[in-house]
Ligand binder design. Structure first.
Ligand code: PA5
Length: 457
């Protein structure tokens, strides 16, 4: 359910959008839909088109996961950006919040789960120091098979495994990469690592529902069939429905676009569920990397994008919300709420307590969370700030699959409204190339010299 009352013009917020504003965008949205259909046919939107093919891979992934899960005590993802944030977000949303701290039987005897998405030597060293290599499976995820951070982690881990488990080291590495390109592939082939394929037409940040995320989820017993079912149901809804008030991705993109036109350059994603905290990281990457672009499709300089900000309710009510209510009016806020939590927690009553605390007794933490969210919504409305809400019925695999596809499609629509290519990331590639140059990769000598000249200034 998407509640967009807080985006609309009303008595309390005369600065909101009008139904006419949304209806006026209908032509542009129709053009966007036609263009997306063409791209879908051409294989540019394989995050949607290949969902049925991903469903066909479920049993292979689950079989592999079931086979290895009993053998290893730890499962570590080595990856960065789109190759790490999806696995993290889905794991946090769908498993016990303290999954790794649980005794093994409470984890269904599945491995502990770690995602190493940085190269901080402190963190890498301390993680490897803590894990028994004999009992650890490493999943190296890189679509390009070239990214320096992931390749460096891989080399560190491979070296450790070769020293510590010389006879079996190849069984401790599973590689998820492109089926034909990149440097990881030939190493995996030569050294006999088990491989899973990231389909070519799916970019990193759109790849959670490929083996990138499905394997990590299946290892921890997440129902990946339901995850894909949810995704497919949202996909059908978005692709088969026309009109801003019926198509949820069109609606969300239209609201984002109109608010951006009104100077809302910041998009805050604020779930009121700790399980969705890293979903905010995943969304931030998707929104920032897809839509922050210099040029439109005709090569004209446009410098568009909306800066994503991650927040968590209720925690950030006690930090960021002050700014949202009274600071610059340049933000649009998306709350994400959950109607029914997996657990309920009553707040005990005690008649002996002062009345100003007693009112909490007999209520539940869910009620308090919901009251806090509604109160924030109201405070924003009074301050004439734009906000909307995505309501998930529950935090389960089906709903998370739906949410992922909704946000991916919304990003695709927003890319069309901006008239940009939402699927490349030249700014990120620039940084990757600079790193290759500075680290001495062959073929990047000219760039190295350029950067060193610049550093002297
Ligand atoms: O969305 C993207 O394309 C990026 O964030 C990539 O996922 C990230 O740079 C990692 O790339 P790779 O998976 O090729 O190692």
């Amino acid at each position: 359910n998407i509640d967009f009352t807080g985006m609309m013009r009303n008595q309390q917020n005369p600065k909101g959008l009008s139904k006419e504003d949304l209806a006026d965008l209908q032509n542009l949205l129709q053009q966007a839909q036609t263009s997306l259909n063409t791209r879908w046919q051409a294989g540019e939107l394989d995050f949607s088109k290949l969902l049925p093919a991903m469903k066909d891979q479920v049993s292979e992934i689950v079989d592999y996961a079931d086979n290895v899960a009993g053998r290893f005590e730890n499962f570590v993802v080595l990856g960065i950006g789109g190759s790490a944030l999806g696995p993290l977000a889905v794991h946090q949303a769908l498993t016990h919040y303290y999954y790794n701290e649980l005794p093994s039987e409470k984890r269904g005897n599945r491995p502990r789960f770690y995602v190493l998405d940085n190269i901080d030597p402190h963190r890498v060293h301390e993680l490897l120091e803590m894990l028994d290599p004999d009992k650890t499976l490493f999943n190296v995820i890189s679509k390009s098979g070239n990214t320096s951070e992931t390749m460096a982690q891989f080399l560190v881990v491979r070296d450790m495994l070769r020293r510590r488990c010389p006879d079996t080291y190849a069984e401790h590495i599973v590689v998820t990469t492109d089926k034909a390109k990149g440097n990881l592939l030939p190493i995996a082939e030569k050294e006999g690592f088990r491989r899973f394929v990231i389909p070519q037409g799916i970019g990193g940040r759109f790849s959670e529902l490929t083996p990138v995320g499905l394997l990590a989820a299946a290892i921890c017993s997440i129902d990946i069939e339901q995850l894909l079912e949810g995704a497919l149901s949202m996909d059908r809804w978005v692709r088969e429905t026309q009109g801003v008030f019926s198509n949820p991705a069109q609606l969300r993109a239209a609201l984002a676009y109109l608010s951006w036109q009104k100077g809302k350059n910041i998009s805050v994603f604020m779930p009121y569920a700790d399980g969705l905290k890293t979903m905010a990281d995943w969304y931030a990457q998707l929104w920032a990397e897809s839509l922050g672009k210099s040029y439109d499709r005709q090569g004209r300089v446009i410098n568009v994008g909306q800066t994503p900000v991650k927040a968590l309710g209720v925690t950030d009510q006690h930090s960021q919300v002050q700014l949202y209510v009274e600071g610059p009016d340049d933000k649009v806020i998306t709350f994400v709420t959950v109607e029914k939590f997996r657990e309920s927690q009553a707040i005990p009553s005690d008649p002996e307590l002062p009345a100003d605390i007693q009112f909490l007794g007999g209520r539940t933490l869910e009620e308090l969370l919901s009251a806090e969210q509604k109160a924030t919504e109201y405070a924003l409305t009074l301050a004439q700030r734009l906000h909307q809400k995505i309501v998930l019925p529950r935090l389960n695999a089906h709903a998370i699959g739906q949410l992922l596809l909704l946000l991916e499609w919304e990003t695709a629509y927003m890319g069309e409204l901006f008239n940009i290519n939402a699927y490349d990331q030249p700014g990120v590639e620039e940084g990757k190339n600079g790193t290759y140059a500075l680290m001495g990769r062959k073929g990047y000598e000219g760039r190295k010299q350029e950067i060193e000249e610049y550093a002297k200034i």
